[in-house]
Design a protein around this ligand. Structure first.
Ligand code: XMP
Length: 329
């Protein structure tokens, strides 16, 4: 196990050696552990020459933008610019069904937003930032671009996570990836060491492409995103109320683009099915499904069907990784 003090000092040194004394850096924050810890580290290395932004890509969870922006302000005391690019993202995703295409489009769109942000910062500070901080972790590196000699090559790439393989090859910003050699639990330790509040460190991982990989198929179809947000919020809130949040690695809902027949009141309905998935894991590379008690499931399913219009069937995913992956896409 590594000593976090050493990791921190080494990475600070590395960042300072990459970024010249007058150069500026931008960092996209998601509100999650990785980008927050990466930003705090780079901030320690170069101070106010770091400029953070939060992108609303239209694929965020229930009230996430408001919640995250207020946490940055009140808990992290980090100045963050919020950019609403939801129309750009959703416009580009219209009609797109293939998961890898979705990731690629989202990765590219993120970069366009970052590249648009850099000159805005430049106007203020007199010099355009030329670096971008990414909170890439070791598992992202091995799953997206297996290291040489690992016996895996690109054709066996599992998923092009947007913050690694999904980035466009041509990008005007140089990458700084200070967490590239760390696993999630090490990032959490490092964050603790950097005084990142628990509320950030304990948040479940959330994929860069957001709800786009949790609405199967075309994310812009009908009211899918909003239905998913409501279901997800009920599920997560129930998990928090039951005191289970910290025992679970990730919990979320998935929207299925299929309609099933149901009966609600005296009415026959033809509405969507959703899936609940909760897992435990050490590093996201393998995972076990989480066993909820009967009463918890009964309550959560009844809340979902009573409160969310458009859903008449709730399934639970009881597949581990492998053979399944964590996400459905
Ligand atoms: P999978 O589905 O590959 O997920 O078993 C492993 C972990 O990675 C997250 N994940 C992603 N994170 N961009 C990300 O930043 C992605 O495209 C992506 N796909 C999956 C997933 O939530 C889990 O924590």
């Amino acid at each position: 196990e590594w000593n976090m003090e050493d990791v921190l000092q080494e990475q600070i040194k590395h960042v300072r050696s990459m970024v010249g004394p007058d150069e500026h850096v931008i960092c996209g924050l998601s509100g999650g552990v990785d980008s927050t810890v990466a930003a705090m580290l780079v901030h320690k290395a170069i101070g106010d020459r770091l400029h953070c932004l939060f992108v609303d890509n239209g694929l965020l969870r229930y009230q996430e933008r408001e919640r995250v922006m207020s946490s940055f302000r009140n808990e992290l005391h980090l100045p963050v610019t919020c950019i609403d690019a939801s129309e750009n993202f959703l416009g580009k995703l219209k009609g797109v069904k293939d998961p890898e295409r979705k990731r690629k489009i989202i990765g590219e769109e993120f970069i366009r937003v970052f590249e648009g942000f850099a000159p805005k910062v430049g106007e203020e500070v007199g010099r355009n930032p030329s670096f971008l901080v990414q909170g890439t972790l070791y598992p992202d590196v091995i799953e997206s671009c297996p290291p040489p000699g690992s016996g895996r090559n690109h054709s066996h790439t599992i998923k092009s996570h947007h913050n690694v393989g999904g980035l466009p090859e041509r990008m005007n910003l140089k990458l700084i990836e200070p967490l590239k050699l760390l696993f999630k639990d090490e990032v959490r330790q490092l964050g603790k060491f950097l005084n990142v509040p628990e509320s950030f460190l304990k948040r479940h991982p959330f994929p860069g492409p957001g709800l786009a990989v949790r609405v199967l198929g075309d994310v812009t179809e009908g009211n899918a995103l909003n239905i998913l947000r409501e279901v997800d919020e009920i599920f997560i809130q129930a998990i928090k109320d039951a005191g289970l949040y910290d025992s679970i690695w990730q919990a979320f809902a998935v929207f299925l683009p299929v309609r099933t027949v149901g009966v609600q009141g005296d009415q026959r309905t033809h509405a969507n099915a959703v899936v609940l998935r909760a897992i435990t894991s050490e590093d996201g590379m393998t995972a076990d499904w989480y066993y909820f008690d009967h009463k918890f499931l009964i309550d959560v399913v009844s809340k979902i069907c009573n409160q969310v219009r458009g859903v008449n069937r709730v399934c639970q995913d009881i597949t581990s990784k492998p053979p399944a992956t964590v996400e459905w896409e």
